[in-house]
Design a binder for this molecule. Structure first.
Ligand code: BEZ
Ligand code: FE
Length: 255
C-alpha cells in the first residue's frame, strides 16, 4: 500500500474512532450504521451519497484557488456525449415542455478576458418538475441535455426552460439518513455546465436561479454567490447572461 493510502485510511479511521469515544456510540448504533452501509451499497447509492455529502469539500480543496470563474460539484446526473445543438440552439425537449422558456447567453474567455473560440459547453439540467432524464421517471432519454460551441468572439447561446428545485431520492438510504438527521433534502434550481477549451482547465459548474427556494440550505452544499443568476422577463420568456473565464490547464494539454 502506498504511504498516501496508508495515511488517508488511518486518519479516516482515527476520526471515526474519535467520534465513537466522543459520543459514546453504542453497539446498537454501530449495528444500525453497518446495516446502513449495506443498504447504500444494495441501493447503488454510493455515488449519490458521495456527491451530496463529500464532493463539495473535494471541489473546494481542489479548486479553491482557481483563477477565473468559480466551479462547483459535478453530481451524479451527467451523461457524456449529449448532442451538439443545431441552429435553433434549443436543448432537446418534449413538445410543450413545462417551464418558462429561458435564453442563456454570454462569452467564454481566458482569465485575462481573451475570447475563446470553439470552446465547448456541455449542459444538463432537471426539468421544471425537478426530474433528470435517464435517472428519474418522466422525461425521455436525452431531455434537456446538449452541447454548444462558442463563435469566433467566444460567444455562446442556448435556449432551455427554467429548471425546478428537486429533492435527492427520499426513499433510499441517503434520503433516510438525511431525514434521520432532520436535514432538508432539497437542491435549489440550477443548470449544470462543463465549459472546456483546448489548453484550459475544464470548468465544472452550476448556475443557480435567483428566485429558487433552498438557495441557502442546499443539501449538497454546492451554492456559491458568484454562481447565482438573475433571469429577466423578455417577450417570450426569460433571459440571462453569464460569462465564463477559464483558467490555464494545470497539466500540459494532451495533443
Ligand atoms: C446534482 O446537482 O444533480 C446533484 C448533486 C449532488 C447530489 C445529487 C444531485
Ligand atoms: Fe443537479
Amino acid at each position: 500500500m502506498s504511504d498516501r493510502a496508508s495515511q488517508l485510511i488511518s486518519d479516516i479511521l482515527r476520526r471515526i474512532h474519535e467520534v465513537i469515544v466522543e459520543h459514546d456510540v453504542t453497539y446498537e448504533e454501530y449495528q444500525t450504521a453497518k446495516q446502513w452501509f449495506v443498504d447504500v451499497g444494495e441501493a447503488g447509492e454510493w455515488p449519490l451519497f458521495g456527491d451530496v455529502y463529500i464532493e463539495h469539500a473535494v471541489e473546494e480543496q481542489a479548486f479553491g484557488d482557481r483563477v477565473g470563474s468559480q466551479g462547483t460539484i459535478l453530481g451524479p446526473f451527467h451523461v457524456p456525449d449529449a448532442p451538439l445543438l443545431e441552429a435553433s440552439l434549443e436543448l432537446p425537449h418534449r413538445p410543450g415542455e413545462p417551464g418558462e422558456r429561458t435564453c442563456v447567453s454570454g462569452r467564454v474567455t481566458d482569465d485575462e478576458g481573451k475570447p475563446l473560440a470553439n470552446a465547448n459547453l456541455d449542459i444538463w439540467q432537471a426539468d421544471a418538475e425537478g426530474r433528470y432524464s435517464g435517472f428519474m421517471p418522466g422525461p425521455p432519454e436525452g431531455n434537456l441535455r446538449g452541447q454548444v460551441r462558442t463563435d469566433a468572439e467566444g460567444r455562446y447561446e442556448f435556449i432551455t426552460v427554467t429548471p425546478g428545485p428537486y429533492t435527492i431520492p427520499l426513499d433510499g438510504p441517503t434520503g433516510q439518513m438525511t431525514a434521520a438527521a432532520g436535514w432538508s433534502p432539497w437542491r435549489p434550481a440550477h443548470i449544470h455546465l462543463i465549459v472546456s477549451a483546448n489548453g484550459y482547465e475544464p470548468l465544472v459548474t452550476q448556475l443557480f436561479i435567483d428566485s429558487s427556494d433552498h438557495l441557502d440550505n442546499d443539501v449538497a452544499s454546492a451554492v456559491k454567490p458568484e454562481l447565482i443568476v438573475h433571469p429577466e422577463p423578455t417577450d417570450d420568456g426569460f433571459a440571462f447572461t453569464y460569462d465564463f473565464a477559464l483558467a490555464p490547464a494545470r497539466a500540459p494539454a494532451i495533443a
